[in-house]
Design a protein around this ligand. Structure first.
Ligand SMILES: Nc1ncnc2c1ncn2[C@@H]1O[C@H](COP(=O)(O)OP(=O)(O)OP(=O)(O)O)[C@@H](O)[C@H]1O
Ligand SMILES: N[C@@H](CCO)C(=O)O
Length: 345
């Protein structure tokens, strides 16, 4: 492991501990879900992956004897600068737990009548392109599922996380929600019905993720995209998605790099990220396999085939943001692909 410095963090995966406390009908569980990168260049809305850290934490306390109006309430949120809603129907972490409780009542014959208090610890920046709302939702869902005896599979939980994205940014895209829960790479073959394919990461694939200190709301970044694209662009895009999936499955690092080309979203969104082209060039010059916008941005990700190169790439990207016209400070993480997905701490 490369020594951690003030902006490089390579995290070990936290060990599992389970129920934090349980007495007199009161149980407390802590869930965790890490950052995710949607799109992965050419896979707009159909491909995403999870990194190991950073991520959001959700602590749920179930009180079987407490009966109030809403079965879920938010008791505290830290790390959001007061930006997030406390209304349980508006915060993705609590909203998805409400959906989960509704589902297990109607489909699993579990009629929960108690109360769940929710504490949200945000470690992901908002509107960052790092799947902040999806991470809150995923951490809350695995904790709720554990609290109620795991009535749902992780695949079932993804449905609720996608609904959480609709609350967060007005569109129910799965490319952050699915990897936040399942880990690895996830290909969304179909949204109706939902058909998800998890793709394991090649052993030596590392992600350098750089978040410039600025915000870009997903809803705005989606509004600048065309509703139709020329057939020529579509052919290029789906050719690269097929190549990227093949490269991941065969650990063909050169092919992964060649496939990281986005002719649909990146051309429209790059102008919204100050210094994007300088950062992308710096990543390639430092040895990255490929580089593109993380999700809807403004974060930028790059893949490398070694941790050492990924560090050099991340540092070069940070420097490029700082020395671009916008002179943006940024945070940087280097991480392998997370295999576990959302989990109980
Ligand atoms: N628990 C939550 N965490 C983050 N955002 C939330 C949460 N609950 C509700 N939201 C809403 O979602 C908005 C952020 O959504 P947006 O998609 O722009 O950024 P994001 O969720 O950080 O995703 P990404 O990083 O993938 O762009 C916030 O402004 C907030 O209004
Ligand atoms: N696929 C989504 C990802 C959001 O993180 C978008 O690009 O709008």
């Amino acid at each position: 492991m490369i020594e951690a410095s003030f902006y490089l963090i390579v995290y070990p995966t936290p060990k599992l501990t389970g129920i934090l406390s349980a007495e007199n009908g009161i149980k407390t569980i802590r869930g965790f879900a890490s950052a995710t990168v949607g799109n992965v260049a050419c896979g707009f809305d159909v491909l995403g992956f999870a990194i190991t850290e950073p991520g959001d934490e959700v602590i749920l306390t179930l009180d079987e004897e407490k009966h109030t109006g809403s079965p879920v309430s938010i008791t505290s949120i830290t790390g959001d600068g007061g930006a997030l809603p406390l209304d349980p129907k508006k915060n993705t972490s609590s909203f998805v737990v409400l959906k989960f409780l509704e589902y297990i009542r109607t489909h699993k014959q579990i009629d929960f009548t108690g109360h769940i208090s929710l504490e949200l610890k945000k470690h992901l920046p908002l509107s960052s392109g790092m799947g902040s709302s999806a991470a809150s939702a995923a951490a809350a869902l695995v904790a709720a599922n554990e609290l109620l005896g795991n009535p749902c599979t992780k695949m079932e939980l993804v449905h609720f996380a996608i609904e959480g994205e609709r609350v967060a940014c007005g569109s129910a895209h799965a490319d952050n929600a699915a990897p936040a829960i399942l880990g690895n790479f996830v290909l969304i073959r179909s949204y109706t019905p939902l058909d998800l394919i998890t793709i394991p990461s090649p052993e030596h694939l590392y992600c350098s993720l750089v978040h410039p200190h600025t915000e870009l709301r997903t809803s705005y970044a989606r509004s600048v995209l065309p509703t139709e694209i020329p057939l020529k662009q579509a052919i290029q895009q789906w050719g690269n998605v097929g190549a990227l999936v093949s490269g991941l499955l065969t650990s063909d690092y050169e092919l992964i790099g060649r496939a990281l080309v986005d002719v649909v979203a990146e051309p429209k969104r790059a102008p919204l990220i100050p210094g994007f082209f300088d950062v992308k060039q710096a990543a390639i010059d430092a040895g990255a396999l490929g580089c593109s916008i993380a999700g809807s941005g403004p974060s930028i990700f790059a893949f490398s085939s070694s941790e050492k190169t990924a560090l050099a790439v991340g540092l070069a990207m940070k420097e490029a943001f700082l020395h671009s016209k916008a002179r943006l400070e940024s945070d940087m993480w280097v991480s392998p692909i997370c295999k576990q997905g959302a989990r109980i701490l």
